[in-house]
Write a new protein. Structure first.
Length: 249
């Protein structure tokens, strides 16, 4: 009996020690490089999302395409949390630039993330705040931010890398007025459609998260044209940063 208890204790501690990094992109282009480098891949489909479990740079990872928008991102992240013993989350992809310092293909690493379309202000809350919480923003993990910054500087050089707030909503932003209001209301540096919902789930599970976004456009009147021209190079920039991060984790 004693032996059995010991065995069970050992087994449980090994199980809880399992560590896997979830690496998420919203679109195929954002995870293409990662999938091409993966080893020992086991593919599983759950709720129409394909999860690729395996090794990248010798680290245990689960890589998946969440699909576009907050619901897709939140649902797939939750499945990853429940099914794959995830203890760190990295989101990789493209975004529209908000801050004037940014050029297309530059990179923003999240320190904070906000759901810019979350609005219960009529009840006296702040824009972005989820009822029940006073915070308007979700925070990214300091260690992951440092590793991301370090890796991004290695891949693209120091002058292309910024750390700032990333705003998320279920809209492709393509006008200057919205860009300005995202900057004044939230101090946002970049806008996209998934990051804050992934951070929301990660914060609820108390798992460290960071979002890395390379700029595909400037979220202005020409955003959709710039997006089409730059989505591939921007998506690749971000994925290469993740590959470098894995060598340092
Ligand atoms: N071409 C796609 C739609 C892309 S939506 C299709 O029709 O299938 C834009 C994607 O890139 C989202 O995943 C979002 O996170 C990011 N993104 C890039 N620029 C953006 C912008 N200006 N506003 C919002 N999201 C943006």
């Amino acid at each position: 009996m004693k032996k059995l208890t010991l065995l069970l204790t050992l087994l449980t501690s090994t199980l809880t020690l399992a560590e896997r990094i979830a690496i998420i992109g919203a679109m195929d282009s954002e995870i293409k490089i990662l999938l091409s480098q993966m080893k020992d891949v086991k593919k599983e489909e759950k709720a129409s999302v394909t999860f690729y479990k395996g090794k990248l740079e010798n680290k245990d990872v689960v890589v998946f395409k969440s699909g576009i928008g907050k619901v897709n991102a939140a649902m797939s992240t939750t499945i990853a949390m429940e099914e794959y013993d995830v203890n760190k989350i990295i989101f990789t992809g493209v975004a529209g630039a908000i801050n004037n310092n940014l050029n297309i293909t530059d990179v923003v690493i999240s320190d904070y993330l906000v759901q810019h379309d979350y609005d219960t202000t009529v009840f006296g809350t702040k824009k972005g705040a989820v009822p029940g919480s006073v915070d308007t923003k979700f925070s990214a993990d300091e260690t992951l931010i440092k590793i991301a910054k370090n890796s991004a500087e290695k891949v693209l050089g120091k002058n292309k890398i910024y750390i700032g707030t990333i705003a998320t909503g279920d809209q492709f932003i393509a006008d200057k007025a919205t860009v300005q209001s995202l900057e004044t209301t939230f101090g946002a540096w970049a806008v996209e459609m998934e990051g804050a919902s992934v951070a929301h789930v990660a914060n609820l599970y108390k798992v460290p998260v960071v979002v890395i976004r390379s700029m595909s456009d400037k979220a202005d009147g020409s955003a959709h044209m710039n997006y089409n021209d730059f989505v591939t190079i921007a998506a690749d920039n971000s994925a290469k940063i993740v590959m470098t991060m894995l060598t340092q984790m």
